[in-house]
Every structure is written in structure tokens, then in C-alpha cells.
Design a protein around this ligand. Structure first.
Ligand code: ATP
Ligand code: MG
Length: 313
């Protein structure tokens, strides 16, 4: 068996501050654990949109690990290649949200099961059926093993005619900008699609103006750059020009996961061979719905919810 859309990387639980503006450097209340990890949110969103989806990653043999696997399975994600490590515990992220919309994370991914992904988890037959392999900068940031696994998976998928997409998903908490730029570069060169935020496009290219940075990204290899702009929607760049696609009006409760859900919608749309404008509109709807619930994966919408929003606008 194989899946159309595959992601690789960190599975973790997120423990979040209950209220906005409660920093992590003093006692306070938390809620969670919520299943999380950018590649896991992405895989879950793809499955909920009705496309076959899988993830390669590692959890610990503990309740947090079971919580993530159970959720992914329930939503239809293939977890055959999620390894359960006996020696490491499941990754945890603590998150605080602030009034200005910023977030702060404390991670220990390099020391948790999340970072124990190995080449043996790659099944060539499984990978060779994949149409889109989605790689995230956050996974590349974990450690050398994670980078090697992603690189090898990219080679296998590309050799079999599949495509690669990259969400730079920069986490300055994990690595410096220079280091992130260096490790994203080889993946960027092999990618067909890149889906950055404005800040990420600027950081990756060293160019200050967002649109110019996205145009520059096209020179590095990808045919499509989908710029995510939060409540402003998205802009799709190709060598032929750009299409700006407005967002949907929703009440934002928790922004985490919007980018991953957008990525899921975008690749599902590309797989359906829709026009880029339709693809971006669909992805915007998936991203918009995802912010209406508290918890990173909780807002990933069903296809029905997305179609309802698209039809209501
Ligand atoms: P993250 O990395 O935190 O998941 P991101 O920066 O990669 O986020 P965003 O731009 O925040 O991604 O969100 C992705 C997409 O989701 C946007 O391009 C937009 O279409 C939709 N979206 C996000 N936030 C909102 C919002 N408040 N209202 C409407 N749509 C939104
Ligand atoms: Mg992002």
C-alpha cells in the first residue's frame, strides 16, 4: 500500500498556556496535551480533506505517543511507518501566546523520540508511490539524522516521478537563521513547490521585500511559490506571474497549524489539477477554518466544512 501525500518529521504533543500573554518564565496554568508537530498537523489535515496521507516519524512508548497515533489513525492517516521508541519519550512543546500575535516555544525535540528518525524507516516501495512528499524546515532543524532521512526520501520520491514541497517553517528557537538557510538550501533546490510566510521568504533569500523574495525563491528551483499571509490570504508566484487570493473572514482563536493546514489544502488542490487560483482559494479556506479552534490540530477541517465555507463566500 502507498499514499498520495506523505510527510516526514516530528510528532509531538503541545502543552499551551491557557491564557494569552502568560509567558513561560513564571508559574501559571496550561492546557493540553494536544497532538501536534507541523508534519503531523499537515498529514492529519490531508486525511481530513479526503486524500490518502501518511507520516514517517517516531514517538515514545508512552501516553503522549499513543495520543498522537490514535488521533492520526482516527482521522485516516497511515501510521505504518511511525516507529515507537522504547528508549526515548515523545516530544513535547510548551507554547505561550502574546497579544501581538507572537508565540514562544520551548522544545526538547533533539533529545526526544521526535528526533530519532532513521533511514531504516524508509520503505522504497512505499515512497515510490508517493505523488507529493512534504518536507518542513522544522524537521530539518532537529538533527543530522532527520536531514539525512528527508534527503534520502526526496531522492527516492523524485526518482519515481513524485514531487516535493517544502514549508520552510522556520523555528529560530531550534536553529539560527544562517543555519536554517544552509540546511533548507539543498531541499529548496529539489522542491517543486515552496510555501513560506513572508518572513521566511525574506530570511531564506536575504531580500527585504516579500514579493521580490518570493520571485527570488523561484530561481532556486521550485515552479510554484505559495506565500502565506495570515488573515490577508495568499499569493501564488510562478515564472509566468503572480495571483493574489484573498482570505476568508473568520474569528481567530488559535493561529497554530494554519500554515500546515494551508499546505495540506494546497497540495490536495494541486493533486486535483485545479487552476492555481482555485488551489489557493481552497487552501485559504482550509487555513482559515483551522484557526477557529484552540489546539494545533483541533481546527483541521473536514472537506465538507471547507466546501461549505467556499460556497458561502
Ligand atoms: P504557522 O507556521 O504558524 O502555522 P504560517 O505563517 O505558515 O503559520 P499563516 O499565514 O498564518 O501561515 O496561515 C496560512 C493561511 O491560512 C493564510 O495564508 C490564510 O489563507 C489562512 N489564515 C491564517 N490565519 C487566518 C485568519 N486569521 N483569517 C483568515 N485566514 C487565515
Ligand atoms: Mg508556517
Amino acid at each position: 500500500m502507498s499514499v498520495s501525500i506523505l510527510s516526514i518529521g516530528e510528532l509531538l504533543v503541545e502543552i499551551m498556556r491557557e491564557k494569552v500573554d502568560e509567558s513561560l518564565d513564571k508559574p501559571g496554568t496550561f492546557v493540553g496535551p494536544f497532538p501536534s508537530g507541523a508534519p503531523a498537523i499537515f498529514a492529519d489535515a490531508v486525511a481530513k480533506l479526503g486524500e490518502s496521507s501518511g507520516i514517517i516519524g517516531t514517538v515514545g512508548e508512552d501516553d503522549f505517543g499513543r495520543l498522537i497515533i490514535e488521533r492520526l489513525k482516527k482521522d485516516g492517516v497511515d501510521t505504518t511507518y511511525v516507529r515507537i521508541s522504547k528508549n526515548f519519550t515523545t516530544g513535547v512543546a510548551f507554547v505561550a501566546y502574546f497579544f501581538d500575535g507572537s508565540r514562544k516555544f520551548i522544545y526538547h525535540l533533539p533529545y526526544a523520540a521526535s528526533g530519532r528518525i532513521s533511514i531504516e524507516q524508509l520503505d522504497e516501495k512505499y515512497l515510490s508511490g508517493v505523488k507529493y512528499l512534504h518536507i518542513m524546515g522544522s524537521s530539518l532543524s532537529i538533527n543530522e539524522d532527520c536531514r539525512k532521512v528527508c534527503q534520502r526520501a526526496i531522492e527516492i520520491v523524485k526518482k519515481s516521478g513524485g514531487k516535493v514541497s517544502l514549508d520552510p517553517n522556520l523555528r529560530p528557537e531550534l536553529l539560527s537563521v544562517e543555519e536554517i538557510r544552509k540546511i533548507c538550501q539543498p531541499v529548496l533546490a529539489m522542491s517543486d513547490v515552496v510555501m513560506p510566510s513572508g518572513e521566511e521568504a525574506c530570511m531564506l533569500t536575504g531580500i527585504e521585500k516579500t514579493f521580490s523574495a518570493c520571485e527570488k525563491l523561484l530561481e532556486y528551483g521550485p515552479e510554484i511559490v505559495a506565500l502565506k499571509q495570515g488573515e490577508k490570504g495568499s499569493v501564488v508566484f510562478t515564472k509566468k506571474g503572480k495571483v493574489e487570493v484573498p482570505s476568508f473572514k473568520v474569528k481567530e482563536v488559535d493561529p497554530t497549524g494554519a500554515g500546515d493546514c494551508f499546505d495540506a489544502g494546497f497540495l490536495v488542490g494541486l493533486l486535483r489539477k485545479w487552476s492555481l487560483e482555485r488551489v489557493a482559494r481552497f487552501a485559504n479556506a482550509v487555513g482559515a477554518l483551522s484557526v477557529t479552534k484552540k489546539g494545533p490540530m483541533e481546527g483541521a477541517p473536514s472537506l465538507q466544512q471547507v466546501n461549505d465555507l467556499l460556497n458561502s463566500a
